[in-house]
Design a protein around this ligand. Sequence first.
Ligand code: FAD
Ligand code: NDP
Length: 610
Amino acid sequence: MSKQIVFHIGGWSSCGFYNKAYNVLASLSVLFPSRLRVVNHVYGSRDEYRSWLLGEDETDGFRDTFLGISKANKQTSSPFSWIEDSGSNNFVGGCDDTLDWCKSFVSPSASDAGKEKSKMKPDDFSEGHGYDYDLVVIGGGSGGLAASKEAAKFGAKVAVLDFVKPSPAGSTWGLGGTCVNVGCIPKKLMHNAALIGEILTNDVQPYGFNAPEQTEGHQWEKMRESVQNHIRGLNFNYRVTLREKNVTYLNKLGKFINPHTLEVTDKKGKVSQLTASRFVVATGGRPTTLDCEGGEHAITSDDIFSLEQSPGKTLCVGASYISLECAGFLAGLGLDTTVAVRSILLRGFDREIADKIGAHMEDHGVKFKNGVVPSKLKKASDGKITVTFSDGSSDVYDTVLTAIGRRADTEKLGVDAVGVKTNPKNGKIICTDEQTSVNNIYAIGDVMEGCPELTPVAIQAGKMLARRLFDGSDEPMDYQNICTTVFTPLEYGVVGLSEEDAKQVIGCGSKIEVYHSNFTPLEWSLSEHRQKHPAFCKVIVCKEDDKVLGMHYLGPHAGEVTQGFGVAMKKGMTYNELTNTVGIHPTSAETFTDLTVTKSSGESADSKGC
Ligand code: FAD
Ligand code: NDP
């Protein structure tokens, strides 16, 4: 389902080079009409052609629309080729370049024929620019560290600034950004603690072990210490790696003064300036705080993983990734846990799966208060917080954890003042191929409008941008079919479209087929308590071309199961290819290779064993 390429070629009718290139292109467009359309700009004579291409005095011809593309600006001969893409033109070259392009278009090994090229505009970077650095990256999180190290690899003089502003509750942390300090890493470790607890309570006995009295005995302080020690080790490793890769690390807060100058402030409040030819903004986001009376008594994900003591009875506000993941591990550690759901669980995800996650969490000890938001928080002298909800009900909690989304960290960055366009609703920076509205300022990761807020996305975008800036690459970041996993107690891995989105994209339900299976992973089969909520696989297929549109997996090790299928999805896997793949037995992932029951058949999705 790749987009049709609109290929333009200009030349004069009796030019041999033009004719050679045009004939090959024309043949390809006949062979692959859905993939290629050729627009011919042919002129009767060499003079007419040159007058179109170069204009009067070689100044105002068509070629001038490629301002800043030096290869295009130097080209005077015939043919002159370019690809039209979403309103902009990407220069290809002359005869040889056009023939090379044709070869890659048909070559099966170069499946990147027809791949989009980056639409980044020239930013006036030159070797002798005279600034302090070639590149300054603002933000040493997942994206910023990746971009700075990759740029330094190509010989660029790079500095990365990272400065952590304390959360409203006073938490701070070290180098590495959200993922390492207050995101993926502590979250997954605490999720794992809860999974270990579940195994100890419910699974070990049939395997011949005695179940210890572990949940009541869980020591938050011990877990916190181990997790925080691990994080400190990672913080240290990041510093060492930056030094090894010749990236200057500055523990300073940056703010733009002009497009090439930052004002930087260190921990002691000392202010100085630094200049760079190019900047990458990678400042990520921070949790949105609760906007109601007493909202300041709530903590966020910036605080939960470093709490000195167990959070106790906890209310999690919000019903997406962060709230449900935290509620899942808190309940798994034996804490009284409630989730306040404003509307639905996991907006944007497959509804059938979201419902299954909710039902499983409820049986797992999580209470849900549906259709409510907190309207008032009141903290007593003993630290307990009385929460009044929008439906008039109230309850008392030891901790209120707000997880209602995140806002880009751009408020005091000065980007608007230097002309970088942002979305006023969320502070995110608007970009085309990670380039902002100011050509020498780029943005990656959570701070960029439209970027999925995921660590590997920030890393990949950072690396690819660095390659385009310092290694001549023109490959844009591909934001399609990105796998993700929600680490709820029953983990959920997904790549591609939800059933609802697939129906929308394809036009109607009858054009898709849904294959599904409920099954019990072998490792669960000896445990009584696991039988109520089986694991689940679902694959959504486009009937017209057999392409897999979405894969969904609910069960153990969801991240590990989903990752590999992500590669296949990127390569455009069909249902036939999936089911022709030999499975690995006995695993959960093999269920995907053996999906035959369709939803439309009305047959039971329950697996009949191996
Ligand atoms: P960040 O990692 O946020 O880094 C930005 C850095 O810039 C920070 O260190 C900040 O202090 C610094 N900074 C900000 N302003 C300035 C300034 N003016 N000057 C200098 N420095 C500045 N993603 C996953 O893929 N998997 C998960 O399991 C997962 N779990 C998560 C769990 C939680 C609780 C949270 C909150 C997020 C989770 N994420 C997960 C998302 C992931 O953490 C983010 O997508 C990722 O960290 C974004 O990276 P980034 O480089 O864009 O920004
Ligand atoms: P999201 O933006 O994904 O979800 C926000 C949630 O809060 C929704 O349930 C929303 O409800 C609710 N909400 C919004 N405003 C309010 C309000 N005023 N009062 C009550 N509820 C409200 O945010 P998260 O904080 O969960 O996650 C942020 C991002 O971090 C995610 O999108 C994800 O990309 C990333 N992340 C990734 C993880 C992973 O990979 N495993 C784990 C954790 C985070 P409603 O539906 O009604 O709008």
